[in-house]
Ligand binder design. Structure first.
Ligand SMILES: *Cc1c(COP(=O)(O)O)cnc(C)c1O
Length: 384
């Protein structure tokens, strides 16, 4: 699916030098390297502030907690009323579990079948039935921003509603001229090693332009401390370490180029599939290629098709040593861990259909033309 060694070999000297500087400094947690990454990442996202933390999952929790959503910062959480946060049922598990960790109640709406992102129409319907929902957490799935015009329109109609971004897959993506990370009240990024901006371990970050949210997030990622051993509220240890920050800062310089290469590969896949006569409007007729909203700048963290007989195709590709992956095979509302939320099969038909049809094909900056041809040729022979 991905050959990480290609990127590593091209940056090896720079990255090892950056890690050596951290070792020489003997400052491993937060400190100047983390502050420097935060400044660079905030600027890249047109956000006034960025707060590094331990993972993307923590970043979602941190963004919500710092905005006062949920009761995870209270020493008597049982006493507080639980806030509801609406997100997509078709995403990585952490989008939902982080809402629970923030001490809030997850609520779902269905997805847009073209982009796989949370559907603002479906959200509007849920809001009619549950007007007390506090926040919406759209996910910029596969590297494409959710329809932010529609979500901002909803927020105008519901002035108490706060918008957050799960931008874990979308560093560098844009909605019109605005970068992911600058769209909501706060955004969460992940630098897990498979993400398009990837650390050498676990790392995450939130962005915001709200100084109060920034200050509270800085305290919460460090056990609610603004002064050593004085705890104003209950936070957690979610500090970013300096080695990860140093690696990320080196890589951030290349991210625009890498994202452009991903887009070029997506365009080449589209051309190759069209040339092979494999481009249908529905899986009843063939494979469906990714749709990019003209207002979005997609960074193709993943290149995801809909495929008839998806599982057989995946086995066939595996037999030819071609990697592919299913993001995600079970929608979150049907995961056993979420059974207490009370959802059932049929509640979100588009998310459920997507889970049976999607297949992610290899895409990463260093992917070669001949490899893309091999992938498309294998898919052509499978359907022939
Ligand atoms: C990766 C990911 C996360 C979680 O990030 P971690 O760094 O793995 O904790 C959250 N949401 C989405 C959409 C992701 O893809």
């Amino acid at each position: 699916m991905v050959d990480f060694s290609r990127q590593y070999l091209s940056l090896r000297e720079q990255i090892l030098a950056a890690i050596a500087r951290v070792c020489d400094s003997q400052t491993f947690i937060l400190g100047p390297r983390v502050a420097s990454l935060e400044a660079a990442a905030g600027a890249a996202c047109s956000s006034l502030f960025a707060v590094g933390c331990a993972s993307g999952s923590d970043a979602i929790w941190l963004a919500l907690a710092a905005a006062g959503i949920g009761n995870s910062t209270s020493s008597a959480p049982g006493d507080a009323v639980s806030d509801a946060v609406l997100t997509s049922p078709f995403t990585f598990f952490a989008s939902t579990s982080a809402i629970l960790r923030a001490g809030a109640r997850p609520v779902f709406a269905d997805i847009d079948p073209r982009t796989f992102n949370l559907s603002a129409c479906s959200v509007a319907e849920v809001l009619r039935r549950q007007p007390s929902i506090k926040a919406i957490l759209p996910v910029h799935l596969y590297g494409q921003c959710a329809d932010w015009d529609a979500f901002e329109a909803l927020a105008r109609d519901h002035p108490a509603l706060q918008l957050f971004e799960d931008a874990a897959q979308a560093f560098g993506a844009r909605w019109k001229d605005r970068p992911a990370g600058s769209l909501g009240r706060a955004a969460a990024f992940s630098f897990y090693p498979t993400k398009n901006l990837a650390a050498f371990g676990e790392a995450g970050l939130i962005t915001t332009s709200d100084p109060a949210l920034d200050a509270r997030a800085r305290a919460l990622r460090n056990h609610g401390m603004t002064r050593h051993y004085y705890h104003d509220e209950v936070g957690w240890n979610s500090r970013l370490d300096a080695i990860q920050a140093a690696v990320l800062e080196v890589k951030l310089h290349y991210l625009d180029t890498w994202n452009r290469q991903r887009r070029d590969h997506a365009a080449r896949y589209e051309q190759l599939f069209r040339d092979a006569g494999l481009d249908a409007l529905s899986t009843a007729e063939g494979i469906v290629l990714p749709f990019t909203d003209p207002r979005a700048t997609h960074v193709f963290h993943q290149y995801v098709i809909r495929a008839p007989r998806r599982d057989a195709l995946r086995d066939y590709l595996a037999g030819r040593k071609i990697g592919s992956e299913i993001y995600y095979p079970v929608p979150i509302h049907l995961q056993p861990a979420m059974k207490d939320l009370g959802y059932k099969p049929g509640d979100f038909p588009e998310a459920e259909r997507a889970a049976t049809e999607v297949l992610a094909l290899p895409i990463y900056p260093e992917l070669r033309d001949d490899e893309q041809q091999t992938v498309v040729e294998a898919i052509r022979t499978f359907y022939a």
